[in-house]
Design a protein around this ligand. Structure first.
Ligand code: NAP
Length: 250
């Protein structure tokens, strides 16, 4: 595919989002690589895409704030003037805590970034992509988690509940915009080897969990990216409202 389609990847600077950005560019998408604070990481992804002959920009913005969402979409509009795909990838965990330890502030931020951010970005994408609003159609992929099904007891039930909301949102939005040429799907990763575990205070979590994973190993960001790119692609034109588990059997 090389017709200049434009993809916005929230949290595209590291981990799964960075892998999505790189694979998408390789497949001909022009990519907006969003980040919250680590500009260097985003610029590294953009440079790797440019060096390989692709087109990409780094876009600063916290999806957990309305100002951040507005800034992200304004930057995409200014740089590319169109939008064809959104990967709602930006997400956070917290340190392992029981429900009686989770502060109201942590809970509010967990939902603001993981849920409100994804819903607000999807809304802005629908405004640009829906045929109802004069757009060409497009595809949205949301990042759920196996935690949505397992519940993450004793670790982060707040994160798991937020990802459960993403599952419901995926199903509902898919049906809401199905007749407007927008497909909406989710991927549900298991344990993937990225820096998110260190951000939650468990840097060795992916390796430590390996024996409990049926395939006996964590997944790679690239393995999740390949599933996301399938859902974005013209190989998935009749797939909407699906939640694709990418978990090595977990
Ligand atoms: P990661 O390595 O921690 O990377 C997170 C990315 O999101 C970074 O680019 C970060 O940018 C960005 N980000 C964080 N907060 C943001 C915000 N408020 N606004 C905009 N960008 C923000 O995470 P990951 O492991 O790749 O996870 C990506 C997604 O997959 C998340 O939704 C996560 O919940 C989901 N997932 C991951 C796993 C796993 O095992 N890794 C399993 C299931 C689901 P900065 O560097 O600028 O902060």
């Amino acid at each position: 595919m090389s017709d200049g389609r434009v993809l916005l990847v929230t949290g595209g600077s590291r981990g799964i989002g960075a892998a999505v950005s790189l694979v998408a560019a390789d497949e001909g998408w022009r990519v907006a690589v969003n980040y919250a604070s680590n500009r260097q990481a985003a610029e590294d992804v953009v440079r790797r895409i440019s060096d390989a002959g692709g087109a990409a920009i780094a876009v600063e913005g916290d999806v957990g704030t309305e100002g951040g969402v507005q800034a992200i979409f304004a930057a995409v509009d200014a740089a590319f003037g169109r939008l064809d795909g959104l990967v709602n990838n930006a997400g956070i965990v917290g340190p392992p805590q029981r429900i009686d330890e989770i502060s109201p502030e942590r809970l509010e931020r967990m939902f603001r970034v993981n849920v409100t951010g994804s819903i607000r970005c999807a809304a802005e994408a629908v405004l640009r992509m829906s045929t109802r609003h004069g757009g060409r159609g497009g595809a949205i992929v949301n990042l759920s988690s196996v935690a949505a099904v397992l519940g993450a007891p004793g670790q982060y039930v707040d994160y798991a509940a937020a990802k459960g909301a993403i599952d419901s949102f995926t199903v509902g939005l898919a049906r809401e915009v199905a007749s407007e040429s927008i497909r909406v799907n989710a991927v549900r990763p298991g344990i993937i080897d990225t820096e998110i575990h260190a951000s939650g205070g468990l840097p060795d979590r992916a390796r430590d969990m390996a024996p409990s994973i049926p395939m006996q190993r964590p997944g790679t960001a690239g393995e999740v990216a390949d599933a996301i790119l399938y859902l974005l692609s013209d190989k998935a034109t009749y797939v909407t409202g699906a939640i694709l588990t990418v978990s090595g059997g977990r």
